[in-house]
Ligand binder design. Structure first.
Ligand SMILES: [Zn+2]
Length: 485
């Protein structure tokens, strides 16, 4: 048989995430001009590639999709631990990111973006709301371009006097004009830009409506935190609204198919139905919810109703590790803790019968992190699964040296519950057919240099905005510096 040519031919266990959820245990994936042209069982492969990769022990997956992030928060990674809400929000979240101009934002965002791609994420969103330096967002977008990850950037306009420190407040005209500016400067086949606000109490209702209207006119998503931290505090007091955040969005005419809401926990009765009926999507953030101790996490509430959900990480200040594999595991553990909590707090006493099959599975978690995320971002026409015609956003894992993935009978369970493959087993990451990661290393961005620059930036920022007082603020350890010696 005369073999047809393609640019790249990948071989291994091909997990397609197509509508039938076909898995070719010995399969192939053919790529040409950045697109998938054919997928199937190896015995039916009619292609030879200019480059061929994989085979025995390799797993070929759609690139992972992260549906919630604040990449500029790299400079304060993990600093939330052991602090109060007031300390972290006003003590260092706003001050440290507010002090980031274009160059600093690039430095701050680069390691978190490398976290993503080195573990197989090919698409991320970003929600940027610190515009003290208007070009801070340009720095993040430059880092996104340099790494080559696909990104949907939401530029959030915020101005509420109680929720937002003065230098961060922008009037609506400026917010929309700046959104237009970065849209025309940065949009290309991998980057798209939209407008929004952090949450429904971060600007006046008419302004929120106008931002949403902009996204409708420009055929884009409206990305919002709901409920956001200030909703409970302000909805009743200032908006005269006793209902839930989603009920309010619905009342305002905003809750609609182009809305994606992050978190969406602790809803009022009936709100999940409201979300389903509206066609809006949910960005589940299970790892952060678990770190913050939310025992009532409930994704099943949405998934059993057919609400479109993806998995997100949130900002590195609280998304420790910034790893979507951890989010997959946390979706399962969070759901099961939540189910147990609801059982124990309900009428029925929890009683183990031995007949239970716990809700959720590794397969379901992987769906959320791939095709689910693509649907939640309204990108499933071109990413999220390995199907002919779609862009070649692909992750190739080589499990031959991964002791934690051996033996293979429960391969997917071991991948998901075991927090995924190690970076060095990430043989290849492709975005639209272009290789950006080889054997766990980015092809052009030097991670050692990126870390050195970010370490230096953090030192500068801690001094500059007087945030060092929050470092190890409640430490039990005695930290001995040798600087006075
Ligand atoms: Zn967030």
């Amino acid at each position: 048989m005369e073999l047809k040519k393609c640019d790249t031919l990948l071989k291994g266990m091909v997990i397609t995430m197509d509508p039938e959820r076909n898995v070719f245990t010995n399969g192939y994936l053919a790529i040409t001009d950045g697109r998938i042209i054919s997928v199937g069982s190896a015995r039916n492969c009619e292609y030879r590639g200019a480059e061929e990769l994989g085979g025995e022990g390799h797993i070929v997956l759609p690139g992972l999709v992260n549906v919630h992030a604040h990449l500029v928060q790299g400079c304060m990674r993990g600093m939330a631990d052991g602090t109060t809400f007031e300390e972290r929000f006003f003590g260092f979240y706003y001050p440290m990111t507010g002090a980031c101009d274009e160059e600093r934002s690039h430095t701050s965002a680069t390691p978190p973006i490398l976290d993503l791609v080195r573990r197989g994420v090919t698409t991320t969103v970003d929600d940027h709301f610190t515009h003290v330096h208007k070009n801070s967002i340009d720095g993040v977008l430059a880092a996104i371009r340099d790494v080559g990850i696909r990104c949907r950037m939401a530029r959030l306009t915020i101005n509420d006097a109680d929720a937002v420190p003065e230098p961060f407040r922008e009037n609506l005209d400026t917010g929309i004009a700046e959104t237009e500016r970065i849209k025309s400067k940065w949009e290309n086949e991998l980057i798209s830009v939209t407008a929004s606000s952090i949450g429904i109490t971060y600007c006046e209702p008419e302004q929120l409506k106008e931002l949403w209207q902009w996204t409708v006119s420009n055929d884009r998503q409206f990305d919002i935190h709901a409920p956001a931290v200030f909703d409970q505090k302000y909805l009743a007091k200032r908006r005269g609204w006793e209902g839930g955040s989603f009920e309010w969005l619905n009342e305002m005419g905003i809750l609609s198919p182009n809305v994606i809401a992050a978190h969406a926990q602790n809803l009022k009765p009936g709100e999940a139905d409201l979300i389903r009926d509206s066609g809006a999507s949910i960005a589940l953030v299970p790892d952060m919810e678990q770190v913050l101790g939310l025992v009532s996490f409930d994704a099943r509430n949405f998934l059993e109703r057919g609400v479109t959900c993806g998995l997100g990480l949130d900002g590195p200040v609280v998304a420790y590790g910034h790893d979507l594999w951890t989010a997959m595991r946390s979706f399962l553990t969070g759901q099961r803790l939540g189910d147990e909590y609801r059982r124990r707090s309900g009428d029925k006493q929890s009683e183990w019968t031995g007949e239970e099959i716990l809700y959720g599975s590794a397969e379901q978690a992987l769906e959320l992190a791939t095709i689910g995320g693509a649907k939640a971002l309204m990108m499933d026409d071109h990413i999220g699964s390995l199907e002919p015609g779609k862009d070649a956003d692909v992750l190739v894992i080589d499990r031959r040296g991964e002791t934690q993935l051996s033996p293979p009978a429960a391969l997917l369970s071991n991948l998901v519950y075991g927090n995924g493959p190690s970076p060095q087993s990430i043989r290849r990451v492709l975005v639209k057919g272009k290789t950006i990661v080889v054997n766990g290393e980015h092809v052009s961005v030097d991670r050692f240099e990126a870390i050195r620059k970010l370490d230096e930036l953090q030192e500068t920022l801690l001094e500059e905005v007087n945030a060092r007082r929050f470092v190890r603020i409640r430490s039990r350890f005695n930290w001995i510096s040798d600087s006075e010696a």
